[in-house]
Ligand binder design. Structure first.
Ligand SMILES: C[S@@+](CC[C@H](N)C(=O)[O-])C[C@H]1O[C@@H](n2cnc3c(N)ncnc32)[C@H](O)[C@@H]1O
Length: 298
């Protein structure tokens, strides 16, 4: 298995110029990159900051943090291996009351997808892991090999919007009778055996998305994200959310709407911002991205 430090993994930051322009409004202020990843957006942010500016970078993934630190190589970046829901802890440990801007680039990075050892992809063989923080919590292996068939069907429907959920859940259940399902390729094959390929999309796409969301309790975490903004964003500051599937985007849309109802927040862009055709051509992973930005008025 490849050690992350031995290979040059990459991730192209999405809508990077647009996000930087909307978020970095004061060069000497403190900013939060709530999902640091490989530091792609942070590298853009640092170019706009003065010597006094600071970026706090959080990620659940320790490997990603090490790679981001090496890539950004800037003392103004302070990193923490924490969930973004613990952003308040990171700020408090630096004696910082609030930030001028925060980016939540949700989901997983290209590095996590491309590294077979992380188990996120049906295109790269590896163990069924799928944890952002691979030091704790349940894995996809735990779900696939131990959960009741009804619970697997439920997450495929709820998190993957997979219409063949019951067929796939049953196939997984039956395959377990022949021994543990241990690898991403093994699981992909089981799915393909009941759901043949049609068009460009691999039949395992929705199942893998659903498992990843369940493993990382992503939707509950995403739902809680807008609720922490009043504790971390300063008056006049902004938060940007980049989402990658409709369920996630809906949650953010309603979470931000709820904030505006207090009268203390307003949407910066009424219409969602999407990558240009050129960006999608260069980086197909940008195709489903949607950006929403909110500003704290008082
Ligand atoms: C799309 S990537 C970010 C890429 C980054 N913007 C860049 O340009 O390199 C999302 C990152 O968020 C991390 N992540 C997911 N859920 C998280 C959470 N609750 N708290 C902190 N980080 C999280 C993932 O581990 C992943 O590295």
């Amino acid at each position: 298995m490849q050690n992350p430090s031995q290979k040059q993994w990459s991730h192209s930051p999405i809508l990077a110029a647009e996000i930087t322009k909307l978020l970095i409004t004061k060069p000497s202020a403190v900013y939060l990159d709530a999902t640091l990843g490989l530091g792609g957006h942070t590298a853009y942010f640092t170019r706009q900051l003065s010597a006094g500016g600071i970026i706090i970078g959080l990620d659940k993934d320790k490997n990603a943090i090490s790679m981001a630190e090496a890539k950004v190589n800037d003392a103004r970046l302070k990193t923490f291996n924490l969930s973004y829901l613990q952003a308040g802890e990171a700020l408090a440990s630096l004696g910082i009351m609030g930030v001028q801007g925060a980016l939540f680039d949700l989901g997983l990075s290209s590095y996590q997808l491309d590294d077979g050892a992380r188990g996120f992809s049906f295109l790269n063989d590896g163990p069924l892991d799928m944890r952002f923080d691979n030091a704790k919590g349940i894995t996809a292996d735990d779900i696939v090999n131990a959960w009741p068939v009804s619970k697997i069907e439920e997450i495929l429907l709820k998190y993957g919007e997979e219409r063949a959920a019951s067929k796939i859940a049953l196939a997984i259940f039956q395959a377990r009778a022949n021994g543990r399902i241990e690898s991403t390729f093994q699981l992909a094959k089981i799915i393909e055996s009941v759901l043949p390929r049609q068009g460009k999309t691999h039949p395992a796409t929705k199942t893998f998305q659903a498992l990843r969301i369940a493993v990382n309790d992503e939707l509950n975490t995403v739902e809680a994200a807008p609720k922490i903004l009043p504790n971390i964003i300063l008056a006049g500051g902004r938060a940007a959310f980049l989402t990658f599937h409709s369920t996630e985007d809906r949650i953010i849309k309603y979470g931000l709407k709820e904030l505006t109802q207090s009268g203390n927040w307003q949407l910066v862009n009424k219409k969602v911002i999407e990558p240009t055709f050129e960006e999608i051509k260069q980086n197909p992973r940008a195709r489903s991205a949607k950006l929403r930005v909110i500003e704290r008025l008082k």
